[in-house]
Design a protein around this ligand. Structure first.
Ligand SMILES: C[S@@+](CC[C@H](N)C(=O)[O-])C[C@H]1O[C@@H](n2cnc3c(N)ncnc32)[C@H](O)[C@@H]1O
Length: 274
């Protein structure tokens, strides 16, 4: 049974429903992550660190890429998620997948060790992205790559426009701020990389789009049907706003001509040049 109180300060929480949402999310967005890895030539023998790995969906993909001669470490503050990953790795008979319990800010990592550090959908939740990244920069070998996938929270919309849903981007940004995070975080990353001597190797935004039966609209549905009520509970929006948003969302889901556009997810990578 998951520990629902685990890591309470983290906005999205840790529980079975969130685990299943993350799995579905990977089925929709995993191809974007895999293309990012292809552009960076992640391959056999690499030493990788998956930061904020959650249940290890990307950790498992990385292990496929690095093979038996590489290694993958998953770092996460959730014991529940790490236990799921341990079980999957054991089922595969993989001995070069390691789980570390902790946060990026508070874990002692080996110095100048990793070829590749990956951070997907984590850094938008942290209060200080630079403090989060500094120990990771130190853990990269010279020539190693740090790659981040996260939001630049523009683009989220429904067509036809004209309803209360048009206000949702500002509401989600405020929701992230309410948890101490920043939904525009990827805009800050190139400056942080430059300040600490990393060369920017990639900056690629992606918007996915589809109608009511698409995976990407179902992905959004799983997020918003859970989190719009929580936004009202937290006081980010009123109860009336929450009801009106859900009614507009439902009406769009029932219209076969609807188009959903995701917020931008940016792939940003830097190379340690020291
Ligand atoms: C939205 S999930 C993403 C999981 C995974 N990266 C993926 O893409 O499927 C965010 C994860 O970040 C972890 N997390 C939150 N704050 C963290 C921190 N300061 N350092 C490391 N991980 C953190 C959470 O426990 C959670 O597992």
């Amino acid at each position: 049974m998951p520990d629902t109180n685990e890591h309470d300060s983290y906005l999205l929480g840790v529980n079975q429903q969130e685990l299943e949402r993350l799995q579905f999310q990977h089925s929709v967005w995993g191809h974007v992550t895999r293309k990012f890895f292809d552009r960076l030539n992640v391959g056999r023998g690499w030493r990788c660190l998956d930061v904020g790995a959650g249940p290890g969906l990307v950790t498992m993909d990385l292990r496929e890429l690095v093979g038996e001669t590489g290694e993958v470490t998953a770092l996460d503050p959730s014991q529940f998620y790490l236990d799921c990953l341990r079980k999957q790795a054991a089922d595969k008979g993989w001995t070069n997948v390691t789980c570390v319990h902790g946060t990026a800010e508070n874990t002692t990592l080996p110095s100048r060790y990793y070829d590749f550090i990956f951070v997907r959908w984590v850094i938008a939740f942290v209060p200080d992205p630079e403090q989060f990244l500094l120990p990771l920069f130190n853990a990269l070998r010279t020539g190693g790559i740090i790659a981040i996938q996260d939001y630049y929270y523009e683009g989220l919309s429904l067509f036809p426009r004209g309803g209360i849903w048009d206000t949702i981007p500002d509401i989600v940004r405020a929701y992230y701020r309410s948890g101490g995070g920043d939904a525009y975080v990827t805009g800050k990353i190139p400056a942080i990389f430059r300040k600490h001597g990393l060369e920017i190797a990639d900056f690629t935004p992606t918007c996915l789009s589809g109608g009511p039966t698409s995976g990407v609209m179902e992905w959004a549905n799983r997020f918003f049907s859970l989190h719009i009520p929580l936004m009202a509970k937290k006081g980010v929006i009123s109860r009336e706003q929450a009801d009106a948003l859900m009614a507009d969302w439902s009406a769009h889901r029932q219209n076969p001509d609807t188009l959903f556009f995701s917020p931008l997810v940016v792939d940003v990578a830097g190379i340690a040049r020291r």
